[in-house]
Design a protein around this ligand. Structure first.
Ligand code: HT7
Ligand code: ZN
Length: 896
């Protein structure tokens, strides 16, 4: 495929200050008239032809300054329209048609249910009309929509409503005007029949704004949480960043068919219905939290993305990393709201833990595989493949490190400066760091972020090795940190020499009782704190602390202050001490997880040799016992601390990955804990009841998480009483969190008539709600009992539909990415299933197919036998004729 390189960026030779779009909307054939003012940029080398992007369009006519032009004045290829020799100033009108009902890619203008939706990021606008479909061309849009009144009673586009009128032939017309210049990827339209929830509110400066949430008729009762989340997002951006909503109305529309989570189109956000609709009976606590986070995320894009946008798609992390950081902080602030200082610290730690789990499960593997790239990639074949955990989640970590280095106040000053300099512009990640650097230097002129910028150009997860030397004679303790980061992904081929990163590492030292020690840096500290932010900028650096009488236990990388793998030769006893006593709640969790990870790795190694799993170290069992019995800690925190590490995170620590051994060892450890603490777990289960009206707030949600974790340990331990409890909970649950928890543990851990009845009953009760049926499919596809054969059966169910991404995700993706035993079945049928599904999806929806293809990124790191079979299936996919550019990029990089 063709590779697009960052260094080849050239500004567009023309400005397009205004665009007037007219649509005659019909599912089979939509007619589009685009009228634009085009001005040659005199500040750039002269280019005579205007080259526009287009895909799957039929051209009807082109007018320049009122004159119809003939075929000699333009050249047309499948993806470009070149208008030759255009005047310096021109009004160009292009009339074309497209076919929404035939568009299964869900990019451009497409049909979902009976409605029409658009998705233009990254390059979908070119499927609607020919245009300079790139983020640095910004225009003011005026949009006229015409359609059948009955079929499409609601016609929405960006900005403010200008006019509404009825036309002949049962048609009507609506006009919209968005006063803010925007790139084409932020254009949106929606046509169809919807229910609407409305709310009038006021911005901080006293402007009245109308908030609207649209969803399928009859689902309005499920949009209250979304509306409340939207209002909380408005308030939070005003308070934390001084940023107000800039339009008179802000609309959210829920779509059943959507490739990602949601889209921040100016004033008209389009959402996957999964991130809008919730009621206690259909949505779990995690669904509620995800809805609040995604609504926040898209709303925050209005400033970080829309008002200031990206110069080109290499700069994607400029808006995504920053906006993920903002949504993470929003959730943390919402969780800590109204709590005492200690309770707030634990609430923030919970959010940090959840984010680090995601980062380690999705981004760390990406950073060590064939798709590894810096948060600002150097090249791509298909931009749709670069909406990655690296650009989003690692991008947010990089912003978070700047926040740690600058402190809240200077970070805010940097944000203010960024908007002061760049409002209304399409800019780069360097521009953002420069604004932060300005704020840092205002605070301390000797500091600067030049070295820090390497996080934008170098890929890979740095490894930081720590060692501690203690000298009893001088009562000094020296901590030495050294960093390394081998070339990964494309870096390997380019022979790139990597340079040290600027890594903030927050540390503490504990005495033998687990009490914090003052950290007096030799000759520097008069009033030492018990925590220090160290900045590792060289390959190796040491810090010496004085006045320490015994060898301490270090607490390293508190709050996960940098996205690195920190290695220290802890003993299990030291980890247990940290897990029980560290004053930093994140580090306490981390120590417990490290204990469990080591245990699983050790058990997996022995299982491979002998087919048996040994008894775990009593130190680990005791640590779990102490955490379980500690009733002073927050239940949500306790649930995270007692959880087993994810299989994926453990696998990542193996030099030769053995998925079956890891899955077996993990479940054995869980079973041992369940059996060992049977009494305590049953007590915990009963103590954590949440009577009364359902609330998704962190308090009751935490209790449910702990109760359901206890249940799952007990069921895994085959505890008879617990299996009975699970059936009761399944039958009598008053909310979906408890129902799903019981259903999952039963479907995954038990077999027999009662279990299959539960599966049938769940379907019968919820068949009217697609989002609940997604859950029903997902539970079955991720069951350790599922096989490629049973998956084929599941996909024959009348409710299965490959064209609906949520359904494909809940069935195929669950099996291929969340079911180690099913995918890696010894007969290889799981691998063949993966390849068949990649190919089937590829003809319908290449973006989704390419995401599925990534499930095999790590084939070469698996144990012999496993990897050979995975490679064969990858080769089968790669050899398939007419593979999309999206999937081709993924499989060819995997096989390179
Ligand atoms: N900015 C949005 C990205 C997005 C997207 C990208 C490619 C294909 C389909 C898509 N739908 C939405 C989502 C976000 O980060 O807010
Ligand atoms: Zn985003």
């Amino acid at each position: 495929g063709t590779t697009i390189r960052r260094e080849d960026y050239r500004p567009f030779a023309f400005r397009i200050p205004t665009v007037q779009l007219e649509f005659e909307l019909e599912a089979d054939l939509t007619w589009v008239r685009a009228q634009m003012i085009v001005q040659r940029r005199m500040d750039l080398p002269r280019v005579s032809d205007l080259e526009l992007d287009g895909e799957d369009l039929a051209l009807i006519s082109i007018h320049i300054n009122g004159d119809l032009i003939g075929a000699e004045r333009y050249t047309l290829t499948p993806n470009t329209l070149k208008i030759l020799d255009v005047p310096d100033h021109a009004e160009i009108i292009i009339v074309s048609t497209c076919q929404p009902a035939k568009n299964t890619s869900l990019s451009g203008l497409y049909v979902s249910g009976k409605s029409l939706f658009t998705q233009c990021e990254a390059q979908g606008f070119r499927k609607i009309t020919w245009f300079a479909d790139r983020p640095d061309v910004m225009s003011v849009y005026h949009v006229t929509l015409r359609a059948d009144r009955k079929q499409y009673p609601l016609l929405l586009s960006n900005g403010n409503l200008v006019l509404k009128k009825d036309l002949d032939d049962q048609r009507h017309e609506v006009q919209w005007h968005d006063p803010f210049a925007k790139p084409s990827y932020l254009f949106a339209l929606v046509a169809g029949e919807f229910g609407c929830r409305e709310h009038q509110t006021m911005t901080a400066s006293g402007r009245k704004v109308l908030l609207q949430v649209y969803s399928d008729p009859g689902s309005e009762h499920q949009t209250q949480w979304a509306m409340e989340s939207l209002e909380r997002s408005l308030r939070w951006d005003e308070q934390r960043f001084g940023l107000e909503l800039d339009l008179d109305r802000f609309m959210i529309v829920a779509a059943r068919d959507f490739n990602m989570g949601a889209m921040e189109n100016k004033g008209l956000n389009i959402f996957n219905a999964a991130y809008v609709l919730a009621d206690p009976n259909t949505a779990t606590d995690s669904n509620y939290q995800a809805i609040e986070a995604v609504i926040g995320h898209e709303y925050f894009h209005n400033w970080t993305g829309n008002r200031v946008t990206c110069r080109d798609w290499f700069e994607l992390s400029l808006k995504e990393g920053l906006t993920v950081f903002r949504d993470q902080e929003f959730t943390a602030d919402m969780m800590a709201q109204g709590l005492s200082a200690t309770a707030a610290q634990s609430a923030r730690a919970i959010k940090r833990i959840d984010d680090v789990i995601t980062l380690r499960a999705a981004q760390f593997p990406e950073d060590s595989g064939p798709m590894a790239h810096p948060i600002r990639p150097q090249s791509y074949q298909e931009i749709g493949n670069f909406y990655t955990a690296t650009v989003y989640e690692k991008g947010a970590e990089v912003i978070r490190m700047m926040h740690t280095l600058l402190g809240e106040q200077a970070f805010r000053a940097g944000m203010d400066e960024y908007f002061r300099r760049h409002d209304g512009q399409a800019v780069t990640c360097d521009d953002f760091v420069d604004a932060m650097n300005w704020a840092l230097q205002k605070k301390n002129p000797t500091r600067d972020l030049t070295q820090f910028k390497r996080w934008y150009s170098q890929a890979g997860t740095p490894r930081v090795n720590a060692s501690l030397a203690f000298d009893a004679a001088t009562q000094c303790c020296t901590l030495t940190l050294s960093q390394e980061c081998a070339p990964v992904g494309v870096e390997k081929q380019s022979g790139m020499k990597k340079l040290p990163f600027h890594i903030p590492i927050t540390v503490g030292l504990l005495d033998e009782k687990g009490q914090p020690l003052p950290l007096a840096l030799k000759g520097q500290d008069d009033q030492p704190d018990t925590e220090k932010l160290l900045e590792l900028t060289k390959e190796t650096q040491s810090w010496t602390f004085e006045g320490i009488s015994k060898r301490p236990t270090p607490s390293l990388l508190r709050n996960f202050s940098a996205p690195v793998n920190l290695i220290y030769p802890y003993t299990n006893e030291e980890l247990a001490l940290l897990s029980a006593h560290d004053s930093n709640a994140f580090a306490r969790w981390e120590a417990g997880q490290e204990l469990a990870t080591r245990q699983i790795l050790a058990m997996a190694a022995i299982w491979r040799e002998t087919g048996q799993t040994p008894a775990p170290d009593p130190v680990m069992i005791d640590a779990w016992g102490s955490m379980l019995k500690d009733t002073d800690i927050d239940a949500g925190y306790q649930a995270r601390a007692l959880s087993m590490p994810l299989e994926k995170t453990v696998l990542e620590r193996m030099s030769a990955m053995d998925p079956v051994a890891v899955a077996q060892a993990r479940v054995s450890l869980k079973r041992v804990i369940g059996q060992h603490f049977c009494k305590e777990l049953i007590a915990t289960y009963h103590q954590q009841s949440t009577p009364g009206k359902y609330s998704p707030a962190p308090g009751p949600a935490g209790k449910r998480a702990l109760k359901n974790l206890a249940l799952s340990f007990l069921v895994t331990a085959h505890q008879k009483e617990a299996i009975e409890l699970a059936f009761q909970q399944f039958n009598h649950a008053t909310n979906m969190t408890d129902r799903m928890a019981a259903f999952t543990t039963l479907a995954h851990e038990t077999q027999g008539a009662r279990t299959s009845d539960a599966i049938t009953q769940f379907y019968e009760n919820w068949q009217h709600d697609p989002l609940v049926i997604d859950k029903w499919f997902a539970v079955q596809a991720s069951s350790p009992l599922a096989t490629a054969k049973s998956m084929t059966g599941l996909m024959a169910h009348p409710a299965f539909n490959l064209r609906n991404p949520n359904r494909a995700r809940s069935v195929i993706f669950q099996f291929c990415s969340a079911n180690m035993l099913g995918l890696h079945a010894a007969d290889g049928t799981g691998y063949a299933f993966w390849a068949d599904q990649v190919l089937a999806l590829d003809t319908l929806n290449p973006e989704i197919a390419a995401r599925l293809a990534r499930a095999f990124d790590h084939w070469s790191r698996f144990i012999p036998g496993v990897k050979d079979r995975m490679q064969q299936e990858l080769q089968r996919v790669a050899a398939h004729p007419n593979l999309s550019r999206n999937t081709m990029e993924i499989v060819s990089k995997a096989l390179a």
